[in-house]
Design a protein around this ligand. Structure first.
Ligand SMILES: O=P(O)(O)O[C@H]1O[C@H](CO)[C@@H](O)[C@H]1O
Ligand SMILES: [Mn+2]
Ligand SMILES: [Mn+2]
Length: 399
C-alpha cells in the first residue's frame, strides 16, 4: 500500500557502531548505543525501541539491557553514510538525496586571520579563542572575560562549523544573529565553505552558572541542489519540519516548520502534527541527545534521554493509523563513552513501522547510503528522484 503520511524522526547522534570507514575519522571502536547500554549495565529501559527491533539490527552484539525481539514489530536495519563529513548537515542532506561528497572546510588550527579580521570589523568587537573547543567549556573558561570586554567568543570543532557564543545580556540575541548572518556570507565558497554558522547564546551570573539557551540558531549553507523535500513540495505534498530541520535545509522544501525547545517539546509537536490531517512527509530532529549529552560525553544523560524518548514513543505507536509509516533513524554517532567531544563515524539505526504491517520482523539489511530513506519516501508518493539511494518501500509494505 502507499502511505498517506510518513513520519521520520531523527534521534540526533544515536549511532549504532563504527562505520566501515571509521578509521578515516579516527573513530575506530565508537559505538554510541552500545556504550550507553553498557554504561547502564542492563538497566537501559527502552522497551518500545526494543519491540521495534533495535537490537535485532545487530543480533551478534545486542545493546546491553535491550533484548533482540523474538518477533520484531517492524522492519529494522542500519544505514552507512557516504558523505565526506559526519556532521548533522551531511547526514540530513544525504537522507534527502543530496550527499555531501566534497569535504567542507574545517579549521583545526582556528579560522584564518582574514576571516577573523572581517568579523571584527563588522561587529566592532574583538574575536577571542578562535580554536576547536567544547561549547560548554568555552563559556566556562571565557564567559566572564566576555562579560567584562564584550569580545566575541568564536570557536569550532571537528565539524565544518563556526560557532559564536555570546552572553545574552552583553550581546543581544538580535545582534548575535546579525553577526552570524554576516559570517554566513563570508563562507559560502569557493575559498571557504563552512557547513554551519551557529549562534550560541547563553545566560547566567558567573562561570559556574552559565547555561546555553534555546535561542541557539544554525545558519546552514543553502542546499547545493534539489533535495527530496523540494521534490515532494513541488509535487504538492505537505512537508512538515520539526526542530532543526528548518535550519538544516535553510527552509527549502518545507511547507510548515516548528522550532523545538527540547526533545520533549519536539515530541509534543510530533503528537500535534499526528493529530492533524495532512498528506505528505513530517521530518523531525531531536537534538538533545547530541548537544546535551553526546558532545558532553555524558552516557548517563544520554541513556536517560533515550528512556524519555522511548516513553513518548509508546503514544506515537498507539496513535499511528494504518496508512501512516514511521521511520526512526539518526544522522551520525556521538559516542558519550568515546575520546574527545566530536561526532563519531557510525552506522545509524533504521526502524520502520506501520500498524498495517501483517507479519513484520523484516530485515532491511545494511543500506549503502542514508539516501535510501528519501528514495523510499519519493517511491511512496510516486515522485521522481535523482537516482541517489534505493527504495526499500516494498520490503516495508510487504512486511
Ligand atoms: O560543543 P558544542 O558547542 O555543543 O558544539 C558542538 O555542536 C556542534 C554542532 O553539532 C558540533 O560541531 C560541536 O561543535
Ligand atoms: Mn546531528
Ligand atoms: Mn553535534
Amino acid at each position: 500500500m502507499a502511505y498517506k503520511r510518513i513520519f521520520a524522526i531523527v534521534l540526533d547522534s544515536v549511532g549504532i557502531g563504527e562505520a566501515p570507514d571509521a578509521a578515516n575519522f579516527d573513530d575506530v571502536g565508537a559505538d554510541t548505543l552500545g556504550h550507553v547500554g553498557s554504561f547502564y549495565k542492563g538497566n537501559l529501559a527502552i522497551p518500545n525501541l526494543a519491540k521495534l527491533g533495535l537490537s535485532n539490527i545487530r543480533p551478534d552484539r545486542p545493546i546491553e539491557g535491550v533484548p533482540a525481539a523474538e518477533h520484531a514489530l517492524g522492519a529494522f536495519g542500519k544505514m552507512q553514510e557516504v558523505s565526506a563529513g559526519k556532521d548533522s548537515m551531511d547526514g540530513h542532506w544525504e537522507m534527502m538525496g543530496l550527499p555531501v561528497r566534497h569535504p567542507l572546510s574545517t579549521f583545526p588550527n582556528g579560522f584564518p586571520e582574514e576571516l577573523v579580521h572581517k568579523l571584527e570589523e563588522f561587529s566592532g568587537r574583538k574575536v577571542i579563542v578562535n580554536k576547536p573547543y567544547s561549547g560548554t567549556d568555552v563559556i566556562h573558561d571565557y564567559g566572564e572575560q566576555q562579560m567584562k570586554t564584550g569580545d566575541l567568543i568564536v570557536y569550532t570543532s571537528g565539524d565544518s562549523v563556526l560557532q559564536i557564543a555570546a552572553h545574552e545580556d552583553i550581546i543581544s540575541v538580535d545582534e548575535l544573529y546579525k553577526i552570524c548572518e554576516y559570517a554566513r556570507t563570508l563562507v559560502n565558497g569557493p575559498e571557504w565553505t563552512i557547513g554551519r554558522i551557529i549562534a550560541r547564546p547563553y545566560v547566567g551570573p558567573d562561570k559556574d552558572h552559565f547555561t546555553r539557551t534555546a535561542n541557539r540558531h544554525d545558519f546552514s549553507l543553502e542546499p547545493t541542489g534539489e533535495t527530496d523535500m523540494d521534490r515532494l513540495k513541488a509535487a504538492g505534498l505537505d512537508v512538515i519540519g520539526i526542530g532543526k530541520i528548518n535550519d538544516i535545509f535553510s527552509g527549502h522544501g518545507i511547507t510548515k516548520g516548528y522550532h523545538n525547545e527540547s526533545n520533549m517539546d519536539g515530541m509534543d509537536h510530533v503528537d500535534e502534527v499526528m493529530a492533524s490531517d495532512f498528506h505528505g512527509f513530517c521530518f523531525t530532529n531531536l537534538v538533545d541527545f547530541d548537544a546535551m549529552y553526546g558532545h558532553r560525553r555524558n552516557p548517563e544523560g544520554f541513556g536517560q534521554a533515550l528512556m524519555d524518548f522511548d516513553q513518548r514513543l509508546q503514544k506515537v505507536l498507539a496513535n499511528l493509523k494504518d496508512d501512516d509509516l514511521l521511520m526512526l533513524t539518526a544522522d551520525h554517532g556521538n559516542d558519550p563513552g568515546y575520546k574527545g567531544t566530536d561526532h563519531t563515524r557510525e552506522f545509524v539505526p533504521l526502524l520502520a513501522y506501520s500498524p498495517s504491517m501483517k507479519h513484520a520482523d523484516q530485515s532491511l539489511g545494511i543500506r549503502n547510503t542514508f539516501a535510501d530513506m528519501g528514495a523510499t519516501i519519493l517511491d511512496n508518493f510516486d515522485v521522481a528522484g535523482n537516482g541517489e539511494g534505493t527504495s526499500f518501500l516494498n520490503d516495508v509494505t510487504n512486511a
